[in-house]
Design a protein around this ligand. Structure first.
Ligand code: GNR
Ligand code: NI
Length: 172
């Protein structure tokens, strides 16, 4: 498995804005990508990662919501779709590996019903709530070129991007 560089808004905004394409078949090549994404996510560390965050415009997400003291619980989502979203909303303080060190509250549907293909290409339907619902919606946004800062006011979004740019300049 290979840890791949994670793209960030200071240098890779144009790639992160791309709409990712559906996967045709869940094969061994795709499983190599998913394994690399998982290792990259654990290394970061993060709780979710969309393929576009490593520059691959495919509709693939990896996630692990297990706490540090719990056994690893990797999950894989290929061509995920939201079938239903609740009217009830939920506010959570989000962050993103592509917008490092920036955290702000985003409001999203509290419950969503999703359909996707798993690591073996099997179709799964399930309902998500809590952090799972937040994370799958955050990742699905990435597949459509949307970042969590796009849900904030223009002022907050511009400030967030400026902060990431400044941090990148200072690190260089
Ligand atoms: O690691 C991550 N944590 C997180 C916290 C709150 C809401 C969403 C996330 S996803 C993020 C990793 C990431 O950027 N995935 O795209
Ligand atoms: Ni993100």
């Amino acid at each position: 498995m290979t840890i791949r560089p994670i793209l960030t808004v200071d240098s890779d905004m144009a790639v992160l804005k791309k709409v990712s394409a559906p996967v045709e078949t869940v094969d061994d090549d795709l499983r190599v990508l998913m394994d690399d994404m998982l290792e990259t996510m654990y290394d970061a560390p993060g709780i979710g990662l969309a393929a576009i965050q490593i520059g691959v415009p495919k509709r693939v997400i990896v996630m692990d919501l297990a706490r540090a003291e719990e056994p690893k619980a990797p999950r894989f989502f290929v061509n995920p779709e939201i079938l239903w979203a609740s009217d009830e909303m939920f506010v959570y303080e989000e962050g993103c590996l592509s917008v490092p060190e920036i955290y702000d509250e985003v409001e999203r549907p509290a419950h969503v019903r999703i359909r996707y293909l798993d690591y073996n290409g099997q179709q799964v339907e399930e309902e998500a709530e809590g952090l799972f619902a937040v994370c799958i919606q955050h990742e699905l946004d990435h597949l459509n070129g949307v970042l969590f800062i796009d849900h904030l006011s223009r002022l907050k979004r511009d400030r967030a991007i400026s902060k990431v740019r400044k941090a990148a300049r200072e690190a260089a």
